[in-house]
Design a protein around this ligand. Structure first.
Ligand SMILES: [Zn+2]
Length: 306
């Protein structure tokens, strides 16, 4: 009997603690340090938020490591995290199908939602033949700099007392990106090839910036499936132009790229669309800049640059 009473008491304590935990535990993963609470969808936006916000920002990315971010669906915990933010950064242009649905609710709760593609002028944007906007704007460092400015302005509007910190951070980071842009321009100045083939159409903005011609096996979303005709046409193009490398992604499906590489007598090499990070990249302290420099190395090999 005594044992049963003790068990009942123990159970009551556990339930009580669970209720208390539910009430008291933070619903989001924000650390205790101060600064504007920012939640980002994809990795490049986390990178901008951390660099511009510095110590005056508290940044969480909801798309986990190792997950291909196109069509990522937020979990209930992600929703709670989004609701506890002051600023939510999304890329837009179809990159996060959930964001338009959740935006009115977040705004009602006083959360500022910044859609970065909407801050870029239309003349900088690329669309496909169906009129869909290409979401991969961050792969052009000059547009990336415009995103830095947009995040700086959003942070200043939320936290005017730290305006000078955000302005200084944005200026420093933007200068680093300008240096990166110059390095890529220099590295791609003298190449035998101009065309490159990738698993999905993620590199149009990068190609436009450095005057290259990209060919995606599928369109803006890596989930699409290519037709056998598309593979055959790219195989013909690769053989005709002596393209020896088919460029694959760390997080994407490389099945069709491997098929094409086999048909075209080419090898696969990694070109990173920097949409998300792998666990290894995080461990190695990868940044937008280190990953773009790796992309430069890949392109220099694939395009036979001097
Ligand atoms: Zn993509």
């Amino acid at each position: 009997m005594k044992k049963i009473i003790i068990s009942v008491v123990a159970l009551a304590v556990i339930i009580g603690l669970a209720v208390l935990y539910k009430q008291r535990a933070p619903i989001s993963g924000f650390s205790k340090s101060g600064g504007v609470k920012i939640v980002t969808s994809i990795y490049p936006l986390e990178e901008i938020a951390r660099n511009v916000g510095g110590e005056k920002a508290n940044v969480i990315r909801i798309t986990p490591n190792g997950v291909e971010p196109h069509d990522y669906e937020p979990t209930p915990e992600d929703i709670a995290t989004l609701q506890s933010a002051q600023l939510v950064l999304v890329n837009g242009a179809g990159m996060e199908s959930w964001s338009e649905k959740i935006k009115p609710d977040l705004e009602k709760q006083g959360v500022k939602v910044l859609n970065l593609t909407q801050t870029i002028s239309l003349s900088d944007m690329i669309a496909n033949s169906k009129g869909q906007i290409d979401p991969h704007i961050w792969l052009n460092p000059q547009i990336f700099q415009k995103e830095i400015d947009a995040v700086r302005d959003a942070l200043i509007s939320l936290n005017r007392s730290n305006a000078s910190v955000y302005t200084e951070n944005a200026k420093r980071y933007s200068m680093e990106i300008a240096t990166l842009d110059a390095q890529i321009s220099e590295g791609l100045k003298s190449c035998a090839l101009n065309d490159f083939i990738t698993t999905h159409d993620a590199f149009e903005y990068l190609a436009m910036r450095y005057h290259l011609t990209p060919h995606g096996i599928v369109g803006f979303s890596p989930d699409e499936e290519p037709t056998p005709r598309a593979i055959a046409e790219l195989s013909t193009l690769a053989r005709k132009q002596k393209i020896k490398h088919i460029l694959v992604e760390p997080l994407g499906n490389d099945k069709f790229a491997k098929t094409l590489a086999k048909e075209a007598g080419a090898q696969t090499l990694t070109l990173n669309p920097i949409e998300g990070l792998t666990a290894d990249e995080t461990k190695q302290g990868a940044t937008y800049q280190t990953l773009m420099k790796k992309n430069l190395d890949t392109l220099r090999t694939a395009l036979s640059c001097k």
